[in-house]
Design a protein around this ligand. Sequence first.
Ligand SMILES: O=C(O)c1cc(=O)[nH]c(=O)n1[C@@H]1O[C@H](COP(=O)(O)O)[C@@H](O)[C@H]1O
Length: 304
Amino acid sequence: MIDRLIEAIEAKKNPTVLGLDTRIEYFPEKFASGFDLTTFSGAADGIIAYNKALMDALFGTVPAVKIQLAYYEMYGLEGLRAFAETIGYAKKKGFVVMVDGKRNDIGATATAYAAAYLGETPLAGENARAFDADYLTVNPYLGSDGVLPFVEACKAQDKGIFVLVKTSNPSSGQLQDLVVEGESIYQRVGRLVVEWGKELIGKYGYSDVGAVVGATYPEQGAELRRLLPSVFFLVPGYGAQGGGGKELAGCFDGSGRGAIVNASRSLLCAYKKHGGDFDEAAFAEAKRMREDLAEAVALRRERS
Ligand SMILES: O=C(O)c1cc(=O)[nH]c(=O)n1[C@@H]1O[C@H](COP(=O)(O)O)[C@@H](O)[C@H]1O
């Protein structure tokens, strides 16, 4: 999977993920008036239409989408309908599809989650795919036996995962920065990610087992980039959370690879900054973000 992700980034010359954390409060008035937003079903219809318009506007310039499950679960079964339809449309448009569910559990249950998002669900007779994503985000708190079922699914199905290593939120250091046996927890998790992914290295030297590294901690990002050369980074926290710009140079490697940066609210609500229609505004913001990241990559290349 990782080779496909890297090639998709290079084809668009843009290490950006469109985060589809879509909620009805983000709809501009004119768009909102087209749906009955007093019901889950109307909200789901609105979300599907919003997502499709954004994907239509951005598929030429952005290589991947990340669909955050929480924003679909909160609209109940209708929300899951919107989730499934968004995955289907994203694939049709050629996006690499990441599902952000931060899943984990004991081994047997992790196997069920892996079947749901990365693999196949056994039915009487034959297997079927429930939600067919390319990537899933995974929480490592339960240790190896809670992560290996996802790694197995990556192997069997040519998929990928991003394991939470250093997250973007303000309190991420409360546990992740603790020093144990001479290294921080996030460094230790990073080393485990290398272990988990060592049999899944693609032709560019990166593994299907990647890491989430928040844009809001660029120093730790650069440190992890040096420490984990085979681990590709999903970097959330750009824009709305304050991350971005040249600070992110250290998340990339010397050839400009190694990371893809997610923006959700800053693209979903770009019309509030740029004015005009929400899809055109998202396109303008995606272009600005691409230039911003290109500068970070250029700086990284200069340093190598
Ligand atoms: O796994 C993630 O994607 C994630 C990890 C992390 O450390 N920080 C983080 O913000 N995220 C997700 O990335 C997205 C960020 O959204 P914006 O802040 O609106 O761009 C949300 O879907 C978060 O759940």
